[in-house]
Design a protein around this ligand. Structure first.
Ligand code: PEP
Ligand code: MG
Length: 771
């Protein structure tokens, strides 16, 4: 993208010209973007943004124009410095005036004196006469054109190349928030027709933890579940030992019912999540002590509260995170027990087609809510554990977190609409909004049921193998429906993350056995060994806090260090694979040949031990590795002679090749899958695979991105492994590509040494389908 302003000399500027404090601007914008949750309305957010940008760029004017797709106009939505009455009144078509030109041609425009520019269009309503210097940048979210961010100044030539850069970076950072704002403004119910609940606006932005859309009436939880545990019982009722025992039985039954309900759909969590609960229910020091004291004449409610609180205190103050998590289990169980004793119900919001609103949530609550047909969850003003986040996400259950505790006061007939991908909560949405989201949801569903072909080939008949990435066993159903040829990546970490202790070998065996049974007809089922650590910390693993966890004790390094954890997992996989010929094992984050050989050695040892113990297990299992680290590349041929297959984990590969944290928004513009080093790296991996006759698949997010699929195929990747819901899109994309064209295109891309060059080639990629 080039400016049409004067060509500044960077060196000269550094010496003579004001350099704005861009870092502060970005920090402030980051803060502002994160504030746009809860009650702050979107107009205020846009207004604050213009204030902030104007202040940092020392501009007299800052304005935001957003594109309205209904009428095709660019509309002034917020301004600092122009006439405030012009907001929503100043409009232009793309291509019209400098702002329209910036938008339609997607380029930065910097004018020393805009009034002299042939493209300048004067809007008398806006009161912009005295402003000469002009700088505007397009606001884009991905390929979506969102609007234009403009700054103006009285003094001719005020803006420099540095301002240009700052404004561009600001626009990038704001794009997501502004795009969201734009959507919300389009969707926001008319003020007259909206029926927000008392004291709540028509929508609120929270933090999204799952994708998908849900709607329904609100079912607030009983005032506060914790009150059962914390507040003294004022009912004056005393409960007998028999009533206590009945409450215990009822709690066991309730938990068993939950477990049964989920054993088909969520087998890994159903069997693991309540393990601690069941153990405590049988524990003499816990329920046994309660029974003794009640038998001795003490008040049952007070006894349960007392013993539970003692254990919660002990666990919660432990220096070990895994002990702290046990406090949550004790709390959950004790509340259930108290609710059953007092016949107050389990205290969770439930009901078919409803949206649950809660202040606290336990993993077991999520399962129960799903079992009861709840469509989505608003977590208002409370804390959340990683278990809850992961569980809701993998279940596709929209869950939005907000600090706004007013949700707890919503009348039960309030309707809520949750957009789990954006984090938006619409309160009593109008029909237009509901229709829009119903259509969106229907389109998503149709996309899923798209008729898949059994096999996939390019337009010129070259076979490409499509595999599925699986996190939860329940996802194998969709993978089957969408005709995945195999499982390219089974992420084994979920059963480890869902609970507060390492799952035993036997517990894991049951999980892997189910996976293998459900995928026995497939060509391959690839199990990746535990990829914990980094951003997937196991709180109970006792790991020291790391300054750089992504470069720390994660993944294969963790399992090689904690050999017994590794061996339990390998044994479970080998045992569960008895009689299966399609099972493969792979290690994540391999950084050296030594590490790969050590990991392989563990597998041999486990197989030998099982042999000696005369336990059935799969023999001669194929062993591959994920290619995720740059250190593998110079040794790729040697690795290819040792591994049975490669799976390129591009999520991490791009992260480590470019030195860019994949989860850090501040450097998101540097996380580039088309970085020439990444492209050449992928080609080298594919070449080594071909030379040594081993399969190379790609199982990171690049594999489902239509922008990158032509390159991957052209570079020699013939197997793509993607989350099941992406299979139709990937098949459609592959089937629209000619392999010869893809090869020529990959060749052109691989010639490029610069990112800008790669981006130019990317625009010329072969015909593909992009949504
Ligand atoms: C990857 O890094 O691309 C990958 C598939 O592994 P994960 O996303 O689980 O780290
Ligand atoms: Mg990875």
């Amino acid at each position: 993208m080039r400016s049409n302003g004067g060509a500044d000399n960077g060196k000269k500027l550094k010496m003579n010209i004001r350099q704005p404090d861009h870092l502060n601007l970005l920090c402030d914008l980051g803060e502002l973007t994160s504030i746009v949750t809860g009650e702050s309305d979107i107009e205020t957010f846009l207004a604050l943004t213009t204030e902030l940008v104007a202040k940092h760029l020392k501009a007299h004017v800052c304005s935001i124009y957003l594109f309205n797709s209904d009428d095709g106009d660019l509309v002034l939505k917020a301004t600092r410095g122009l006439n405030p009455d012009a907001v929503n009144r100043v409009r232009m078509k793309p291509g019209e005036g400098l702002v329209g030109l910036c938008f339609s041609e997607n380029r930065i425009l910097r004018e020393g004196d805009a009034t002299q520019s042939p493209g300048f269009k004067f809007f008398s309503d806006a009161g912009e006469e005295p402003f000469n210097a002009f700088l505007c940048v397009p606001i884009r979210q991905g390929v979506e054109k969102v609007g234009v961010l403009v700054v103006q100044h009285r003094q001719i030539d005020h803006f420099t190349r540095f301002d240009e850069r700052a404004l561009k970076t600001a626009a990038t950072q704001l794009a997501g928030a502004v795009e969201n704002a734009r959507l919300l403004m389009t969707l926001a119910p008319d003020k007259e027709t909206a029926h927000p609940a008392p004291n709540l606006p028509a929508f609120i932005r929270g933090k999204a933890n799952a994708t998908g859309v849900a709607q329904g009436q609100v079912r607030p939880s009983s005032r506060n579940r914790k009150a059962l545990l914390l507040e003294p019982d004022r009912s004056g009722k005393s409960y007998t030992l028999t009533e206590f025992t009945e409450a215990l039985d009822k709690t066991v039954k309730e938990l068993r019912q939950l477990q049964d309900k989920f054993s088909a759909s969520l087998p890994e969590s159903a069997s693991l999540i309540f393990t601690a609960h069941f153990m405590m229910l049988k524990d003499k020091n816990f329920t046994g002590k309660m029974a003794n004291r009640i038998n001795g004449g003490e008040n049952a409610v007070a006894v349960i509260q007392d013993i539970a609180r003692t254990y919660i205190r002990i666990f919660a103050t432990s220096p070990h995170a895994y002990m702290q998590e046990k406090a949550v289990d004790v709390e959950d169980l004790s509340i259930r027990l108290l609710a059953n004793l007092k016949d107050a119900g389990p205290g969770s919001p439930t009901g078919k087609g409803t949206i649950a609103v809660a202040q606290d949530l336990y993993p077991s609550d999520i399962l129960k809510l799903v079992a009861d047909g709840v469509q989505g969850i608003v977590l208002a003003g409370g804390g959340i554990t990683s278990h809850v986040t992961i569980l809701s996400r993998s279940l596709g259950l929209p869950l939005i977190i907000t600090d706004d505790t007013r949700f707890m006061d919503l009348p039960p007939d309030t309707r809520l609409l949750l957009d789990g991908s954006q984090g938006n909560i619409f309160i009593n949405p109008d029909q237009k909004t509901l229709d829009l989201f119903t259509t969106k949801a229907r389109a998503e569903k149709q996309a899923k049921s798209h008729a898949m072909k059994e096999t996939t080939q390019t337009l010129d008949g070259k076979r490409v193998r499509l595999l599925a990435n699986i996190n939860l066993l329940s996802e194998t159903r969709l993978a089957n429906e969408l005709k995945a040829e195999g499982v390219g990546l089974y992420r084994t970490e979920f059963p480890f993350l869902i609970r507060s202790g390492f799952p035993s070998e036997d517990e894991q065996y049951l999980i892997y056995k189910k996976l293998f049974d459900q995928t026995s007809h497939m060509a391959v089922t690839t199990v990746r060994t535990l990829d914990a650590g980094g951003e997937k910390t196991l709180s109970y693993a006792g790991a020291a806090k790391e300054a750089n966890p992504v470069l720390g004790l994660r993944s294969i390094r963790f399992t090689l260090k904690y050999r017994e954890v590794f061996e339990a997992q390998i044994r479970a996989i080998l045992r569960a694979g008895t009689g299966c010929s399609n099972i493969r094992l792979m290690f994540p984050l391999i950084s050296s040949i030594d590490e790969f050989l050590q990991a392989k050695e563990v597998v041999s040892t486990c197989a030998r031990d099982l042999e000696i113990e005369e336990i059935h297990h799969v023999e001669n299992i194929e062993i591959g590795m994920m290619v995720e680290l740059p250190s593998v590349l110079p040794l790729i041929d040697e690795f290819a002679q040792l591994a049975d297959f490669f799976a390129v984990g591009t999520n991490d590969f791009v992260q480590y090749m470019t030195g860019t944290d994949r989860a850090n928004k501040l450097v998101a513009d540097l996380y580039l899958p088309h970085h020439p080093a990444v492209s050449r790296g992928i080609k080298a991996i594919a070449d080594a695979g071909r030379t040594h006759g081993i399969e190379v698949s790609v199982c990171g997010e690049m594999a489902h991105d239509p922008r990158y699929i032509p390159f991957l195929l052209g570079a020699g990747i013939q197997t793509l492994s993607v989350d099941p819901q992406f299979l139709p899109l990937v098949q459609e994309t592959v089937m629209a590509i000619r392999m010869d064209e893809a090869k020529a295109y990959a060749k052109r891309l691989l010639k490029e040494t610069r990112i800008s060059g790669a981006e130019a080639v990317l625009k010329t990629r072969p015909r593909i389908l992009e949504s």
